[in-house]
Design a protein around this ligand. Structure first.
Ligand SMILES: Nc1ncnc2c1ncn2[C@@H]1O[C@H](COP(=O)(O)OP(=O)(O)OP(=O)(O)O)[C@@H](O)[C@H]1O
Length: 318
């Protein structure tokens, strides 16, 4: 799909339907998400691209209109999380490459602080000085305290989201199961009436009913409020009729990005079969390209050795 021209009003311009200070809401027909020729490579702490690491994306472009539900699929390591993080403003990319609700998510922090753009991904962890990296958030405090402590939330919406996620306010966070912790994490991410929601494999710990209720809620949010959702997952159970769009990311680009109604097998509800076929094709393509490649990878002494306090990273010299 060709990207549409982004809405380039700067933050603070009066936009039709603007409700949050600092964020110019796009008009109803403007795309909610626009990506223009996005290329991205991770860099080390010296700011240089990591050695021997090809770009994660090359010239990726797409756009999504309000109300779209896009399933983002692809093999492990294809870059789904990276793309969601870029859309969520967590990685610096050139301002003109990524537009969410008419603003650059990295540069215009009001997008995320207002809750209009919400990113929910990974386990609920934090880096805590002297405790370590990726420490699970499980202090002894009740779930209700976290949820009710978030300011600016409509009490009716809070009640609804807590009901959908089936949360007991008295759950003590250091005693809950992984699935219960995930429910609280989801609840927090859904409390504000987002316009764009980015989900990174968040249903992994949920039981089947919790998952079904969540997907129904998300469908309603898109159909009734015009929210836009990009959801990266490897779990396709019960998702056949959920997406309006499917994007298959592999080898640095979208091998497929289309509306479900335009892809015959997807239209017929064969989501899992189709994704498995795409994955097999991609695996064959990678094997063929490896066989034909004459490039010898030479490991060199990297400019940084990837050392950070308490952690060894993958950029260590071999
Ligand atoms: N912080 C980082 N620094 C350097 N490389 C990274 C970093 N995070 C991810 N990568 C690399 O970027 C590539 C894409 O990773 P990413 O997590 O986006 O893939 P993914 O499609 O979400 O994978 P999965 O399906 O396994 O979750 C991988 O090769 C990974 O090793």
């Amino acid at each position: 799909m060709e990207p549409s021209a982004p809405d380039r009003r700067s933050a603070g311009d009066a936009g039709s339907g603007s409700t949050v200070e600092g964020v110019a809401a796009p008009g109803q027909d403007d795309p909610a998400v626009v990506v223009n020729n996005l290329s991205f490579t991770y860099s080390g702490i010296d700011g240089q691209p990591l050695l021997n690491s090809p770009p994660i994306f090359r010239d990726v472009s797409f756009s999504l209109r309000p109300g779209s539900r896009c399933l983002l699929v692809g093999p492990n390591g294809a870059g789904k999380t990276t793309l969601l993080k870029i859309l969520g403003g967590k990685h610096l990319v050139p301002r003109d490459c990524v537009w969410v609700l008419g603003s650059s998510p990295f540069h215009d922090t009001a997008l995320t602080s207002s809750g209009l753009l919400s990113y929910i991904g990974g386990a609920w962890v934090r880096d805590i000085a002297f405790a370590g990296y990726s420490v699970p958030l499980q202090g002894d405090f009740p779930a209700g305290q976290i949820i009710e402590g978030i300011p600016g939330v409509d009490p009716k919406r809070r009640e609804r989201v807590m009901k959908v996620m089936d949360i007991n306010s008295d759950w003590r966070m250091h005693l809950v199961s992984d699935g219960q912790r995930r429910r609280v994490q989801l609840c927090v991410g859904l409390l504000k009436p987002f316009k764009v929601l980015l989900l990174d494999e968040i249903t992994v710990d949920l039981d089947v009913l919790g998952r079904a209720d969540l997907m129904d809620f998300l469908t309603e949010e898109c159909e009734e409020r015009g929210a836009t959702i990009v959801y990266a997952t490897h779990i396709f159970d019960g998702l056949q009729s959920w997406p309006t769009h499917v994007a298959f990311l592999a080898d640095g680009k979208f091998q497929t990005f289309d509306e479900v109604k335009n892809v015959p097998h997807l239209r017929d509800g064969k989501l899992l079969d189709t994704v498995v076929r795409w994955l097999r094709e991609d695996k064959r393509r990678r094997a063929a390209s490896k066989r034909s490649s004459k490039t010898t990878v030479v490991f060199q002494q990297p400019l940084n050795n990837g050392w950070a306090s308490g952690r060894m990273t993958a950029s260590l010299s071999k």
